[in-house]
Design a protein around this ligand. Sequence first.
Ligand code: SF4
Ligand code: FES
Length: 367
Amino acid sequence: MSEQQLFKVTIDNITIDVPAGTTILNAARQIGGEVAPPAMCYYSKLEGSGGKCRTCLVEVSKGSEKDPRPMPKLVASCRTTVMDGMEVKNITSPKVIDARAGVVEFLLLNHPLDCPICDQAGECHLQDLSYEHGKEGTRYEFQRRTFHKVDLGDKIQLHMTRCIMCFRCVFVADQLTEKREHGILDRGDHAQIATFIQKNLQNEFIGNVIDVCPVGALTDKTFRFKNRVWFTKPVNAHRTCENPKCCGEVQLWMRGDEVFRVTARKDEWGEVGQASNGKTGWICNVCRFDKKHIKDWVIEGPTKVNRHSVIAQGHYVGVIKPQETLPEVLHGRQPKLVMDIHDVSEVNKPNIDLSLLERPAHSTDFK
Ligand code: SF4
Ligand code: FES
C-alpha cells in the first residue's frame, strides 16, 4: 500500500504535516485554537459546503516550496488546499483582520441586531464573529431587507431576515433527507431560502437544519422564547432510537428536571460531532422534538462546553474554591460542628410554598 503523501504547511508560524489534499482551514483546525479561521458556511460533515461567506479568508505569503511567490489575493481557506512548503497567515496578518472586519460588515448589512430577543443568542456564530472582528458602527444607510417569518412545518420556524445565505440547511436537506423541499430562490440581494410554494418540510431528519444554521434563521419552535440558552444546563444523554439512521446521542438543554430542548452534540468548531459508533451525530426528528421528558433518556453527565460563548458562563469548570475563612475568624480554632442551615430548617424545602403565604414568612411557618 502506498504511503500517503504529506505536505508541510506553516500557519501563523506553526508548522504541521498534513496529507496532500487537506484544505488550509482543516490544517489550521489540526493546530487548533485561534490559528483556525472562523467558518460560517463550511461544515466538514456536509459535502460541497464552503466558499460562500468569505469569513475564512487567509493570506498565503508563500505559495509552495517549488513556487514561493505569495498568492496575489486573500484566499478562502475552506476551499484552498495546501501545497508543500506553503506559508499562511491568519491572525498574524493585518490584511486578514481588516478583510474579516469587512466581511462581518457585509454579513451584518441586512442581518437585524435583534440578539436580545433572538433564540440563537449565546450560540450564534455571527454574534461571536461580530464581537471578535466587527466594527462599532455601520456605514449602511439604506433600508434593510426584511421578510415575514414562515413556519416550515409545525416544529421549525424560518426567520429569513436573519439568514446569511450559507447554504448549510440546503445541503442538510439534500444529503440527509429523502426528498429536498427547500432551496434558494432568486439571486443576489433577492436570494432567499424558501420552500416550493411554502411546502412543509416533513422529512424525519430535517430538524438538523436547526443545528447547522449558524444564525437564528432556523429555530426550534418547541423551544422558541421558552428560555435563554445560558440559563439552561447542557447534559449529554442517549436513547435507543428505532430509526437506524439516528445516532440517538444528544445534548439535553435542561433546567432542573425539565428538558427544554434537544439538539445534536456539537464539537469544538460548533459542528455536529461524531457519535460513539463512528457515525456523524445527526439525530432524527422524534429524538429532537418528541422526547422532551427526562425519562426518555439515559443521562451521561454534563456536557463539556468548549466554545467561548456565553453558554459557558454558568458552567463551573476549573472553579477556584473560596478560601476557608472560619479558622481565621475563630482565631485559629477549627470549628467542631458546622450545621448547614438548609439541612436543619425547612426554609428552602419545597413543601413550604412561600408564594402561597399572603404575608411575610416567619419562624412559625418552618420547623
Ligand atoms: S437559513 Fe441558516 S443554514 Fe440556511 S442558508 Fe440561511 S443562515 Fe444558512
Ligand atoms: S467558511 Fe470559507 S467561505 Fe465560508
